[in-house]
Design a binder for this molecule. Structure first.
Ligand code: ZN
Length: 215
C-alpha cells in the first residue's frame, strides 16, 4: 500500500520522550530484521500488478518461523521501501505465504517495521469509515474503500513470538488491506463507485475485467 492516505491516527507526545520510546521499541521489535529504508535501484523482488494470477492465489500459513522466513521478510521490506510503500504482502512478490510487512514511518530511520506472520483478525470495530486507498500492485490508482475503523489482530512476529495488537486509523486500514492480499482480494474488488473505478483503471492502463468485485 502506498502512503497517500488522508489521515493518520498517530498521536504525538513530547518530542524527546517519544524519540527515546521509539528507539527502545525499535530495538525490541526489529530483532534481526534491520534493513535500510533508503530506496535501492534494483530491489530483490518485482511487485506483481493487477491481472497477474499470483495476486489471486490464497496464501498458505507459515509453519516454522525460521531464518528463511526472516530473509523473505527482509527482502520484502527492501522491495517495499524501493517502491516507497507502507505495506506489502507476500503474494504481491509471488510468494503465496501468510506474511505481511508494514511501516507507516518510512521516512523515519529509527522506527521499526512491523512483520505479521499468519495474521488473524479477532475482532473489528463497530463503525465503518471511508479512506482513499492505493496499492503497489495497482500503481497510480487511488479510490475510496469502506472498512471497519478498528481491528484487533493476532499474529506471530519475525521471531515466531505470538502477538496481539489493537489498531485504528491508518494502521487498521493498512492491516485490512494487506490481509485481503492473503485471500487473493485487492482493494479495487471492494470499491463501490464502479464509474470511478473504471475511469481510474482506464487512466492507468489496467483492465477493469481483472477486478473481482466482492459483495
Ligand atoms: Zn495492496
Amino acid at each position: 500500500m502506498p502512503p497517500r492516505i488522508a489521515q493518520s491516527s498517530r498521536q504525538r507526545g513530547p518530542a524527546l520522550a517519544s524519540s527515546f520510546a521509539k528507539l527502545a521499541r525499535s530495538a525490541e521489535q526489529s530483532g534481526r530484521l534491520q534493513v535500510s529504508k533508503d530506496p535501492v535501484d534494483t530491489p530483490p523482488y518485482d511487485i506483481h500488478t493487477l491481472g497477474d494470477q499470483a495476486l489471486r492465489e490464497p496464501a498458505k500459513r507459515i509453519g516454522k518461523v525460521d531464518e528463511s522466513v526472516r530473509a523473505l521478510a527482509r527482502d520484502m521490506l527492501v522491495s517495499m521501501y524501493a517502491a516507497r510503500g507502507i505495506g506489502l504482502a507476500a503474494p504481491q512478490i509471488g510468494q503465496a505465504l501468510q506474511l505481511l510487512v508494514i511501516d507507516l514511518e518510512i521516512e523515519d530511520p529509527n522506527s521499526a517495521p512491523l512483520v505479521l506472520i499468519n495474521p488473524e483478525i479477532t475482532s473489528v470495530g463497530g463503525s465503518l469509515c471511508t479512506y482513499e486507498e492505493g496499492c503497489l500492485s495497482i500503481p497510480g490508482v487511488y479510490l475510496d474503500v469502506v472498512r471497519p475503523s478498528t481491528v484487533e489482530v493476532s499474529y506471530r512476529d519475525e521471531m515466531g513470538r505470538p502477538k496481539r495488537m489493537k489498531a485504528d486509523g491508518l494502521m487498521a486500514r493498512c492491516i485490512q488491506h494487506e490481509m485481503d492480499h492473503l485471500n487473493g482480494v485487492l482493494f479495487v474488488d471492494r470499491v463501490t463507485d464502479h464509474d470511478k473505478l473504471r475511469e481510474g483503471l482506464d487512466e492507468k492502463g489496467f483492465n477493469p475485467a481483472d477486478v473481482h468485485t466482492v459483495a
